[in-house]
Design a protein around this ligand. Structure first.
Ligand code: PGA
Length: 263
């Protein structure tokens, strides 16, 4: 049975002075057997969050929000995968805000996934369509292109062993308060696995956890987690609020128990 995962994407929020306390507050309120929790603070807060959680709740994993596609070199302001050693064990790759603001292409994103895997980081590959693409019924084709483009530069035999996770995040749902329906998100999770299979993933696309992201809250999480094809959530805005995270992870615990993951 696939893992149930709730990943918090703090985006450009928190400072090294306050991130550790927020992380431990969330950790204390989200202890649910069988749920994998990941907190992804800004780069400069990784050490603070790692240290706070190490003392308090080492079951919560720490993730970065991005990683560079080269190992080392003249890339001002960038962070490579080996630099994250000891700071993070997960990394978000290809978030739509980076596709938009840093012009990240599918090929570049694929290379980032490869660097993450080389460094032992578990990648969360983000995909999702824009609103006009959804309105034109192109969402599956768009996501298929994103997955094919990223996997084109990767060894398909490495993805399942590396624990690749895909987050389906429709761009029109991110930060807008307008979430996708559970049924639509579930259909896209099925489409994501079909794309992974077409791209030649070795070991079975069924093994890959698919998360939903886009205006997830404690009030709507159940809609996604009742869908067997959806394995958790990538949470943005609500992930900064301990009450919201408590509700989201509590609901994820129900799914984990139903899947027999809560030993
Ligand atoms: P949101 O962000 O929950 O604030 O919509 C999700 C994301 O960007 O991962």
């Amino acid at each position: 049975m696939r893992d149930v995962i709730v990943a918090a994407n703090w985006k450009m929020h928190t400072t090294p002075a306050d991130a550790g306390e927020l992380a431990t507050t969330i950790a204390a309120r989200t202890r649910e057997a069988g749920v994998t929790r990941v907190i992804c603070p800004p780069f400069v807060c990784l050490a603070a969050v790692r240290d706070a959680l190490a003392d308090d709740d080492p079951d919560v994993a720490v993730g970065a929000q991005n990683v560079h596609h080269e190992l080392v070199g003249a890339y001002t302001g960038e962070i490579s995968a080996p630099m994250l050693a000891g700071l993070a064990s997960w990394v978000i790759v290809g978030h739509s805000e980076r596709r938009r603001d840093a012009a990240e292409t599918d090929e570049l994103i694929g290379r980032k996934v490869g660097r993450a895997i080389d460094a032992g980081l578990r990648p969360i590959l983000c995909v999702g369509e824009q609103l006009p693409q959804r309105e034109a019924g192109e969402q599956e084709a768009v996501v298929d292109d994103q997955i094919a483009g990223a996997l084109a530069v990767l060894d398909p035999a490495r993805l399942v062993p590396a624990g690749l996770v895909v987050a389906y995040e429709p761009v029109w749902a991110i930060g807008t308060g307008r979430n996708a329906s559970g049924v639509d998100a579930a259909a896209m999770a099925v489409a994501v696995r079909a794309s992974l299979a077409r791209a030649g993933i070795v070991g079975g696309a069924e093994a890959i956890p698919v998360l939903y992201g886009g205006s997830v809250t404690s009030a709507n999480i159940a809609e996604f987690l009742t869908e067997p094809s959806i394995d958790g959530a990538l949470v943005g805005g609500a992930s900064l609020k301990p009450d919201e995270m408590a509700g989201i992870v509590a609901r994820a615990g129900i799914t984990a128990r139903a899947r027999g993951l809560a030993a």
